[in-house]
Design a protein around this ligand. Structure first.
Ligand SMILES: [Fe+2]
Ligand SMILES: [Fe+2]
Length: 321
């Protein structure tokens, strides 16, 4: 990852969340994470639209991992003696309603930025929840989430290379997401008990998370100057350009889809997929070296807890198949 674990670390000053006394707040957080992991179904869309074989292989493994994480959070709820329940409206909207419109938006906004923010929340849970089995489950999951964020960072850098307009559009959209996240700080200050040693630190965690996300965007190359140094006018211009760009792209692709419909019906036009391009794919051209990828490792994909605490080792095999 372009931002290290040390940089992402937040100092809770030893404050803890007790699995009995603070059960409600831990359970609430887990319900939101559970929903986020279920949105792993969206990977099916990106797999079908994957630009190359390397990305397709990564996404197929990621899908397996996200559904292992579903098992992890179900197990955590079981440990806490709670039932899965509906996630908050805002979480459902952020995770589903703001799904990326194209590959660049997906890797930049959902993987590098979005999963980066979720990773920050997982680290916070690891540092505060005072229950060893829950912490052990979360620790195994974050190794995989770190790889998802890393992939998002690398793919975003690749996508924006030589494309300044796309770079500005992604930055504008990211600013909107970060503005939404930063609103949480004031909301938490009003709602959370400020006499609780861990919970009173959450507004500061939000501010820290936004700062880290801005650092990540800068290291990816979406901006040369720190976001905090951009004027409000410059930020508004970036946001306006991003949404105008999205609108123009949406209209253009609608017009194109209408014009090309007769050809599509004959199977003569349509987006190029791996089934069309695999013979010229860099991984195939390089000579059939399709064994373990650089991100594959020996054990952790097979170590996730399934519901009821049973290890879901069959997924580990599937992940590397
Ligand atoms: Fe996950
Ligand atoms: Fe993930």
């Amino acid at each position: 990852m372009l931002v290290t674990r040390e940089e992402m670390a937040f100092d809770f000053q030893g404050a803890k969340l007790d699995p009995v006394k603070d059960k409600d707040v831990i359970v609430w957080a887990v319900q939101q994470f559970l929903y986020g992991e279920i949105t792993g179904v969206q990977i099916g869309h990106w797999l079908y639209n994957a630009p190359d074989l390397e990305s397709a292989r990564f996404l197929s493994r990621q899908a397996v991992e996200e559904f292992q994480h579903v098992g992890n959070f179900l197990r955590i709820l079981e440990i806490l003696g709670a039932q899965p329940e509906k996630a908050a409206w805002s979480v459902r909207f952020l995770a589903t309603g703001l799904m990326g419109g194209d590959w660049a938006e997906h890797v930049a906004l959902e993987m590098a930025l979005g999963e980066g923010l979720v990773l920050q929340a997982f680290y916070a849970m690891i540092d505060t929840v005072d229950e060893p089995e829950i912490v052990a489950i979360l620790k195994r999951g974050v190794r995989q989430e770190e790889r998802h964020v890393d992939f998002g960072e690398r793919q975003t850098a690749k996508a924006i290379a030589g494309r300044p307009a796309l770079r500005r559009r992604l930055l504008g959209l990211a600013l909107v997401s970060l503005w939404g996240v930063s609103r949480l700080e004031a909301f938490m200050k009003k709602r959370l008990p400020m006499d609780h040693p861990a919970l009173k630190r959450l507004p500061d965690l939000v501010r820290h998370s936004v700062r880290i996300a801005e650092l990540r965007l800068m290291r990816i190359g979406l901006t040369d100057a720190p976001i905090s140094s951009l004027s409000t006018g410059r930020k508004l211009a970036l946001v306006a350009e991003a949404y105008a760009g999205k609108l123009a792209l949406g209209v253009a692709s609608w017009v194109l889809s209408v014009l090309l419909l007769p050809l599509r019906l004959l199977g003569l036009a349509g987006p190029k997929r791996l089934t069309d391009t695999y013979l010229s794919d860099p991984l195939v051209v390089r000579g059939g070296q399709l064994g373990a990828g650089p991100e594959d490792d020996a054990g952790d994909a097979g170590e996730q807890a399934g519901p009821g605490g049973s290890p879901a080792r069959q997924h580990g095999a599937a992940a590397r198949a």
